[in-house]
Design a protein around this ligand. Structure first.
Ligand code: 13P
Length: 346
């Protein structure tokens, strides 16, 4: 295990003013996104869409790394440039999703366990040959007050799997993004989300520690602390920022270089505002980690809805993506304001 390489890669992923673009949707999930704008889920449309995103001039100014799906790391655009090469031209680090999805957790109705450990050591070697420098594995934790979820066994099983994945990645000198997502679905309060997120993240770091994972070579990708979508009182931006930072302080070792949040179904603006507000607070707090973004929906959404499959709209869609990436870059430094939403370059 090359400690220096892992530490250097993790630091570059969360470098000041840069964040991560997640475009690692599985083929069915990518299909849902495409179908939402009336585009058929064919391989050629997926290539066109991902080329639209990764071929955006200037993207590397704000995006440190992008997370690909297995299909994408092997594909080329219509000019014959492979996606890994396109990323390297933009100074964007190559990442790859390596879990094989969240499946029903046996004997635990309503809960999920993420799979993908079998054969992972060999798959990592293959991805390294395509230029991958980091990986991603997402665990899903569901809150359901009526069913007393999440159960302890779901948190423990997912944390154990995350640590096994992280150890395999580091053995191969790949930085693991460790993603325990507490879902936004449900009618729970922000206080319940706080409690569940603290318990989840504590258990995850306990398992990472037990399995000898190097904290300096990990990037945490958590959900923010938010009230459930169906809760009658949504928390203010300030409250979300305070509770999320407090949750990190209670759970994340100082040795971890950075935290790159997922957007989790927040609107584009909310995801930016929350990140910005946390980084404003962080100015007076001397926090040990960088706080940045690793958004899929909240970065892709403006590009997707501008493009809608129209070849004539590719430039406009790229501008929309670059604008959103720039705003999130500013938010990762606490320098975003709401007025900037209107300032997209013509
Ligand atoms: P969202 O930002 O859309 O939540 O996706 C992030 C991600 O990578 C989910 O695994």
């Amino acid at each position: 295990m090359d400690y220096e390489l892992l530490i250097q890669t993790a630091k570059s992923m969360v470098a000041t003013g840069r964040g991560i673009l997640a475009i690692d949707e599985s083929t069915p999930t990518c299909g849902k996104r495409l179908q939402s704008v009336g585009v058929e889920n064919t391989e050629s449309n997926r290539i066109t869409y991902r080329n639209l995103l990764l071929g955006t001039p200037g993207l590397g100014d704000y995006i440190s790394g992008a997370i690909l799906y297995d299909e994408t790391i092997r594909q080329s655009n219509s000019e014959g440039v492979t996606f890994p090469d396109l990323m390297q031209q933009q100074n964007i680090i190559i990442g790859i999703k390596v879990d094989t999805g969240a499946k029903e957790f046996a004997l635990h109705p309503g809960e999920k366990i993420t799979e993908g450990l079998d054969g992972l050591r060999d798959r990592l070697e293959e991805y390294k040959n395509f230029g991958a420098k980091f990986c991603k594995w997402r665990a899903v934790i569901t809150i359901d007050n009526d069913r007393a979820l999440p159960g302890r066994s779901c948190i423990e099983a997912n944390a154990h799997a995350l640590a096994r994945y992280a150890a395999l990645c580091q053995e191969a000198n790949l930085v693991p993004i460790v993603e325990p997502e507490v879902l936004l679905d449900g009618s729970h309060s922000i206080d319940t989300c706080y409690q569940v997120t603290v318990e989840t993240q504590r258990t995850v770091f306990e398992q990472l520690y037990r399995q000898d994972v190097l904290f300096e070579g990990v990037v945490l990708k958590p959900s923010m602390v938010l009230a459930g979508k169906g809760h009658d009182r949504q928390a203010s931006v300030q409250e979300v920022a305070e509770q999320t930072i407090q949750c990190l302080q209670q759970t994340v070792p100082a040795a971890v270089p950075g935290v790159a949040f997922l957007s989790g179904g927040q609107t584009d603006e909310q995801a930016t505002q929350h990140l910005n507000s946390m980084n404003r607070l962080a100015r007076d707090m001397d926090l040990p980690w960088r706080l940045t973004f690793s958004y899929a929906r909240a970065l892709q959404h403006p590009a997707l809805t501008t493009w809608k499959g129209d070849p004539g709209k590719i430039d406009a869609a790229r501008k929309a993506l670059l604008h959103r990436a720039r705003l999130n870059s500013l938010a990762s430094k606490g320098e975003y304001t709401d007025q900037m939403e209107q300032q997209q370059a013509a």
